[in-house]
Design a protein around this ligand. Structure first.
Ligand code: NDP
Ligand code: 2IT
Length: 448
């Protein structure tokens, strides 16, 4: 058995109740085979694959808080500090009832390679809780965030581990967490990113993941001789990533006709009205039914009642921007039958392995999330730089840096794929390019 297969078996055995983590490792390992085989003796002796799949540290803690009725509630908090070979741990905090250690580990594992691809000095980490922010009052959100940070603050810091947003964690939650960190640790430092502009946040961080996704997609299309202008785009999700992906796609001349949340999806052939979507999701924190109620051209589809999703709509480009495994083999077949030319992941691991392979086998350009959604964390790293030098850069300055980082990531992935005889396979290219830098740093730092 090859070294890769040997360690993959070990990972499956050790983490048998963590399917998402196994999926993420399987995808990375499969595409790393040519690199590992070229260095098998060294990597095996140094146990590189065993080390890279074992988090440096995993924290699990109780998060008690009091709801508006005076009832004490208890959630579980997590922080996985996965790999610090190239910098302090960096990665978001996910607040969603589906969160468990396997979800946080898969996200932390992906983050190692994503952060490496940005070319900035950040290691991989992720955190979160099974807390469900839906339907909670502002006071309840604050109570949860303060309790979460009361424990987490012992383990993080501007030069150790710098969390940020993810599903369920936006500017409001980051603000409450920052306030609590400052109060307990007595430090005003860049311990979190995605902060408000009045207290150390970076311009363009809110937009960064969605904008970055489109900068990457545009570059991928261009390098394949395709113009994004006039293309029809299907987006899933209606959160931070989706909203700014839609906005940038429109600025580049595409027509975005769908978005979704966990209960339903919108088909709006005249193009999604971003201002209205922002009002419904960012201000009112309401459901997409409100979007449909306010817009004549929009049709609302209830997922549970109809058993359909936005991938049934004919489009040229699909941008999954909601959550993991939201695009399966049946969706992939529908999209290909409808003539899709490119799929770019805004979410983390939204496409199943089977669906990814189907796209690649059918000549669809496929951008893996760890490359195409890296704009969020890259801009977080730019926020860290600004905090360190106690300066803030203009929107245009940050946006220009973001764009050049995304264009760079595309070409690094493209070149790595070509170097190993897999031209056009951006999944393999991204994994290889991300891996090579981390391994180089791990080898240089000895057994640790
Ligand atoms: P938000 O919480 O802002 O939005 C998430 C969106 O996805 C909502 O519309 C939500 O619907 C929907 N969604 C979430 N979970 C599910 C589910 N289980 N089934 C169906 N729909 C779901 O999160 P973000 O936009 O920040 O994150 C979206 C994705 O992008 C995640 O995979 C995240 O890890 C990834 N990502 C985020 C980055 C960032 O900077 N924020 C950076 C890079 C990647 P509802 O409101 O109904 O739950
Ligand atoms: O998945 C991700 O890259 C994020 N949620 C953003 C992490 C960050 O530190 O900005």
């Amino acid at each position: 058995m090859s070294y890769v297969d040997e360690v993959l078996e070990l990972v499956k055995k050790k983490n048998s109740n963590e399917p998402e983590f196994i999926q993420a490792v399987t995808e990375v390992f499969e595409s790393l085979k040519p690199v590992i085989e070229a260095n098998e003796e060294l990597y095996k002796r140094e146990a590189i694959l065993e080390r890279i799949t074992e988090p440096e540290r995993q924290l699990k803690f109780r998060v008690p808080w009091v709801d508006d009725k005076g009832q004490v509630r208890v959630n579980t908090g997590y922080r996985v500090q996965f790999n610090s070979a190239i910098g302090p741990y960096k990665g978001g905090i996910r607040l969603h009832p589906s969160v468990n250690i396997g979800i946080i580990k898969f996200l932390g594992f992906e983050q190692i390679f994503k952060n490496s691809l940005t070319s900035l000095p950040i290691g991989g980490g992720k955190g979160g809780s099974d807390f469900d922010p839906k339907g909670k009052s502002d006071r309840e959100i604050m109570a949860f965030c303060q309790s979460f940070m009361t424990e987490l603050c012992k383990y993080i810091g501007a030069d150790t581990d710098v969390p940020a947003g993810d599903i369920g964690t936006g500017a409001r939650e980051i603000g409450y967490m920052f306030g609590q960190y400052k109060r307990i640790r007595g430090l005003y430092e860049g311990v979190l990113t995605g902060k408000g502009l009045s207290y150390g946040g970076s311009l363009a961080r809110t937009e960064a993941t969605g904008y970055g996704l489109l900068y990457f997609t545009d570059e991928m299309l261009k390098s394949n001789g395709i113009d994004i202008k006039g293309k029809t785009v299907a987006v899933s999700g209606a959160g931070n990533v989706a909203i700014y992906a839609i906005q940038k796609a429109q600025q580049l001349g595409a027509n975005v006709v769908t978005c979704s949340d966990s209960t339903g999806w919108i088909y709006d052939p005249e193009g999604i009205d971003v201002a209205l979507l922002k009002e419904v999701k960012e201000v009112k924190r309401a459901r997409l039914t409100e979007y449909a109620a306010a817009r004549k051209s929009a049709v609302y589809h209830d997922k549970a009642a109809e058993g359909t999703n936005q991938w049934t709509i004919k489009c040229d480009i699909a941008l999954p921007c909601a959550t993991q495994n939201e695009l399966n083999i049946d969706d992939a077949k529908t999209l290909v039958a409808n003539g899709v030319i490119a799929v770019a992941e805004g979410a983390n691991m939204p496409t199943t392995i089977e669906a990814t392979k189907y796209f690649q086998e059918n000549g669809v350009l496929f951008a893996p999330g760890k490359a195409s959604n890296a704009g969020g964390v890259a801009t977080s790293a730019l926020e860290m730089s600004q905090n360190s030098e106690r300066l803030s850069w203009s929107f245009d300055e940050v946006d220009a840096k973001l764009k050049s980082i995304m264009v760079n990531i595309f070409h690094n992935a493209d070149n790595a794929a070509k170097k190993y005889g897999m031209a056009g396979n951006y999944v393999a290219g991204a994994n290889i390019a991300g891996f090579e830098k981390v391994v180089d740093a791990m080898l240089a730092q000895g057994v640790c």
